[in-house]
Design a protein around this ligand. Structure first.
Ligand SMILES: Cc1cc2nc3c(=O)[nH]c(=O)nc-3n(C[C@H](O)[C@H](O)[C@H](O)COP(=O)(O)O)c2cc1C
Length: 223
């Protein structure tokens, strides 16, 4: 698929299934390899600043990139669902559980804030460096969505809902120093509509014309 076609074809589509009756797992090792390749592609996004060296010296993932990608395959999605069905480690909304019941994979994408003393866990200092870490991680997530779209994989960038809760991140082994920017759900492209409910993105139809958010700047000669 050409880049322009992938950009135009990308769309949010949430798949939801009864959490007590999740979809059977159909994907295997090949799909995991495909996801790994898509994440490698996502990581070709530009980044202006390297992440703070604190993060490279902790025995966690050591990349200098400002982002971290933590992937759960379908089996891990169902295991997480099973524990959330018992309200463990915390109670979760039906929406997230319904999507875990349908997902072939979930990719938790976080960014690494600069180290600023005396800031509460989960917050970050509003400086340009942090803004650019978030921007770079957003670009990497968009790359992932485009890569998935090009492969015909249904996808959805969620803020994460209850998956943002520290207890869940701890269960998954995601450091509480990372800040979640997106929980990307990958869903099957073929499904039984009697079992699977779908929903598109709420802003999908609100997109304006390019002239609503773009203009040409005029610069007078001589300033
Ligand atoms: C940073 C970010 C977070 C998002 N979080 C959510 C979310 O938590 N729930 C949701 O329904 N959609 C979420 N979305 C998806 C948007 O609703 C969706 O992109 C928008 O409605 C436009 O639809 P489209 O993706 O089909 O173009 C998020 C998108 C972005 C960029």
């Amino acid at each position: 698929m050409k880049t322009e076609d992938a950009i135009r074809a990308r769309r949010t589509l949430k798949l939801r299934v009864d959490p007590q009756h999740p979809l059977p797992l159909t994907k295997g090792e090949d799909f995991k390899k495909q996801i790994q390749a898509m994440i490698e592609l996502a990581g070709q996004a530009p980044f202006h600043h390297q992440s703070h060296e604190h993060y490279h010296s902790k025995g966690l993932l050591k990349g200098v990139e400002p982002w971290r990608f933590h992937a759960l395959d379908g089996e891990s999605c169902r295991k997480l669902l099973a524990s959330l069905n018992e309200d463990k480690p915390v109670k979760c909304s039906d929406g997230i559980k319904e999507m875990l019941a349908a997902a072939d994979a979930l990719i938790m994408v976080s960014w690494l804030p600069e180290r600023t003393p005396r800031l509460k866990k989960g917050s970050f200092y509003p400086n340009v460096k942090n803004m650019e870490h978030i921007a770079a991680t957003g670009a990497a997530i968009q790359n992932l969505l485009l890569a998935a779209t090009a492969k015909g994989i249904t996808n959805y960038w969620s803020s994460g809902g209850c998956l943002r809760k520290p207890a869940i991140l701890e269960t998954l082994g995601v450091s509480d120093e990372e800040l979640l920017l997106g929980a990307v759900f990958l869903f099957p492209d073929e499904y039984n509509e009697d079992v699977v409910k779908t929903k598109t993105g709420k802003n999908r139809e609100s997109r304006g014309h390019v002239s609503d958010w773009m203009d040409w700047l005029q610069v007078d000669s001589g300033g």
